[in-house]
Write a protein that binds this ligand. Structure first.
Ligand SMILES: NC(=O)C1=CN([C@@H]2O[C@H](COP(=O)(O)OP(=O)(O)OC[C@H]3O[C@@H](n4cnc5c(N)ncnc54)[C@H](O)[C@@H]3O)[C@@H](O)[C@H]2O)C=CC1
Ligand SMILES: O=C(O)[C@@H]1CCC=N1
Length: 280
């Protein structure tokens, strides 16, 4: 049962906070069973206590034996220190979830105890509003009942997709990094609106509603994105002119290259692990 689970975040930054926000808002797990830890930033810990009513403490103050799910949420460059710091404190009955880009389950299994249950997770910051697109790939020792519990936990922050781990890099490129592409789009919408004399705040509201509407159309209508695009595009009209400019300036290619670039960086992080190259 998910409501009696205790969850401890190791790392209390942007991604951890987004997940904590969604889990607390879902009210499936009491806030006092959610623990945030970091290495030493007491101000940050107090901020999370005040904002979410969770428990928050320095990593060395955590009673590891009381935790059911650990969620690693530090940067990939800190993974080795993190794994070595918890190896002797966790048991194979507990589950280690990692949201770290590019860190394979095999690397965690190699650097933790024999038969340690691990799950690789890729959420995004829309977890804040329980609208994440989150992938999970279980490690080879993780039991089905723990995968089911992890899915229930991650369902608190949005939609959950169980995928083969070899698709995690492209998933990261699409969904982990994906919100940033839409924020970048909005930056350009606001800039263009301002140049045309439209207030930036109004442009943000208009642009956000347009993106939300298009997203809902793609989720709730049977049509493909291409069909939906054609329904907007009147012959020789405004949309045709806009799409022609998008093609002329490499818009479609730019989107594909953004996704591939992020996925390749995820692959690179994995590849560097075995070479012990410190990643950014
Ligand atoms: N920001 C995002 O949109 C997403 C981030 N991620 C992943 O989440 C992880 C964290 O990313 P952010 O939150 O953006 O970074 P961040 O820098 O905001 O947070 C990382 C936190 O971990 C702490 N930390 C470092 N080593 C630690 C340790 N051994 N034990 C406890 N705490 C430790 C740092 O002090 C820092 O507060 C990264 O691995 C990233 O790949 C995954 C999906 C989306
Ligand atoms: O930029 C990053 O590396 C992290 C992982 C996915 C989104 N943010």
């Amino acid at each position: 049962m998910i409501s009696n689970q205790k969850v401890a975040f190791l790392g209390a930054g942007s991604m951890a906070e987004a997940m904590i926000s969604g889990i607390v808002e879902a009210e499936l797990i009491p806030a006092e069973q959610i623990i945030a830890t970091n290495k030493s930033n007491e101000e940050r810990l107090q901020q999370l206590r005040n904002k979410y009513g969770i428990r928050a403490m320095k990593r060395e103050e955590l009673d590891f034996s009381s935790v059911d799910f650990f969620i690693l949420a530090m940067k990939p460059k800190d993974i080795d220190e993190a794994l070595s710091s918890i190896k002797d404190k966790v048991t194979k009955e507990q589950v280690i979830l990692s949201v770290l880009a590019g860190i394979p389950t095999s690397y965690m299994e190699e650097n933790l105890n024999e038969d340690q249950q691990v799950i690789r997770v890729m959420p995004n910051t829309s977890s804040m509003l329980r609208e994440s697109a989150t992938a999970l790939s279980p490690g080879k020792h993780t039991s089905m009942d723990k995968v089911i519990l992890a899915k229930k936990l991650l369902a608190c922050i949005g939609e959950v997709y169980v995928i083969e781990e070899d698709k995690m890099d492209i998933f990261t490129g699409i969904a982990g990094s994906g919100p940033a592409y839409f924020y970048y789009l909005m930056e350009h919408i606001e800039k263009t609106a301002k140049e045309a004399g439209l207030d930036e705040e109004i442009a943000r509201q208009i642009g956000s509603q347009t993106i939300l509407g298009a997203a809902k159309m793609m989720m709730e209508q049977e049509d493909t994105p291409a069909d939906l695009r054609k329904k907007v595009t009147s012959p020789n009209g405004t949309t045709a002119a806009g799409l022609a400019a998008l093609e002329k300036h490499g818009g479609g290619e730019a989107i594909s290259e953004a996704i591939k670039g992020a996925a390749q960086r995820s692959e690179e992080i994995s590849a560097n692990l075995n070479k012990k190259i410190v990643t950014q």
